[in-house]
Design a protein around this ligand. Structure first.
Ligand SMILES: CC(C)(COP(=O)(O)OP(=O)(O)OC[C@H]1O[C@@H](n2cnc3c(N)ncnc32)[C@H](O)[C@@H]1OP(=O)(O)O)[C@@H](O)C(=O)NCCC(=O)NCCSC(=O)C[C@](C)(O)C(=O)O
Length: 280
């Protein structure tokens, strides 16, 4: 176990102008999979802040996976394979177009664990986004790091979906959607576009669909099932990777919970992501 205490509490602040053009491009990328965005809306839909406050690491400081090399804001976790593990968000206000906003990010937890797939390290970053001095979005983002791929090792056992289905839709993210989402979020992570890297170095069978893209697809689906109702909070957890070109089932499950549970599933009932939506 390493002592990561020096990294806890590290903080960074970014400002950005909430201009409309990235949102227009995301709306085009999602097409009929979004009903949250309106060209004349005064505020961004929830989650669309992922298009702003982006990391602009210079080329010289990029690491082997295409992200900023570790050891800047994020701790230098030695496990090499980074993934998006999940997030918990609240939306106390709307992020208005045409005005600057500020994001303050803090490393709040670093935990080393052992999972079914091997050693894991989780880093959680809390983001607080404000505009005109008022808090509009809070987000806890969990990042997971896995050990290097072992050639010939079988894939990690994936959890199965077990809940009853109330409503479902199927989408099929393709290379163009992945490319556009990487570009919109200025995410250079090679696992989403570099096939020789993701298969040869990281040992996955294909390009990996972004966790935040799956979360957005689930979020938009969840709102559609509730006639576009406002959302106060959203949380999601990535259970297993989805590979480009395979169908993704968006499921509203049938259960007794007050906040409905949504799941992203692969065709064979492999669980890809679980999400909980608290409608306002
Ligand atoms: C995370 C993996 C490796 C763990 O897989 P595992 O089977 O080894 O874990 P486990 O045995 O189920 O659990 C071990 C421990 O980890 C915890 N745990 C387990 N899962 C999670 C989770 N999601 N969030 C938080 N905690 C988690 C779990 O609760 C347990 O804790 P405990 O020992 O205290 O009981 C596995 O679940 C997995 O592969 N998930 C899918 C990841 C994925 O595909 N993400 C999206 C694509 S990557 C991406 O978008 C990238 C991006 C955008 O470019 C970018 O860099 O940010």
């Amino acid at each position: 176990m390493s002592d990561w205490n020096d990294w806890l509490g590290r903080s960074e602040r970014r400002s950005d102008d909430i201009v409309r053009s990235p949102a227009m491009r995301l709306a085009a990328t999602l097409g009929d999979l979004t009903s949250s965005y309106r060209p004349d809306a005064a505020t961004l839909p929830p989650l669309w802040h992922w298009l702003y406050f982006l990391d602009a690491t210079p080329r010289a400081d990029i690491g082997p996976d295409g992200h900023a090399a570790k050891g800047g804001f994020l701790p230098p976790i030695p496990l090499p394979r980074r993934m998006y593990a999940g997030g918990r968000l609240t939306f106390p206000g709307g992020l208005a177009f045409g005005a600057p906003a500020e994001r303050v990010s803090t490393v709040t937890s670093i935990a080393e664990k052992r999972g079914r797939s091997g050693p894991l390290a989780f880093v959680t970053v809390r983001h607080e986004i404000s505009q005109h001095g008022a808090l509009v979005t809070t987000e806890e983002h969990d990042i997971v790091y896995r050990e290097a791929a072992r050639p010939g090792a079988p894939p990690a056992p994936a959890p199965r979906a077990e809940r009853a289905v109330a409503v479902e839709e199927t989408v099929q993210p393709d290379e163009v959607m992945l490319f556009r989402f990487s570009a919109l979020t200025f995410n250079g992570h090679r696992i989403h576009y570099d096939h020789p890297y993701v298969t040869g170095v990281e040992g996955y069978p294909g390009l990996i669909v972004h966790g935040p893209l799956i979360a957005m697809l689930l979020f938009e689906f969840a709102r559609r099932t509730e006639g576009g109702r406002d959302v106060a909070a959203f949380s999601f957890r990535a259970a297993s990777p989805l590979f480009c070109g395979t169908p993704l089932r968006l499921v509203r499950t049938d259960g007794p919970e007050a906040a409905p549970v949504f799941e992203a599933r692969a065709e064979d009932e492999r669980l890809v992501m679980t999400a909980t939506v608290t409608f306002a």
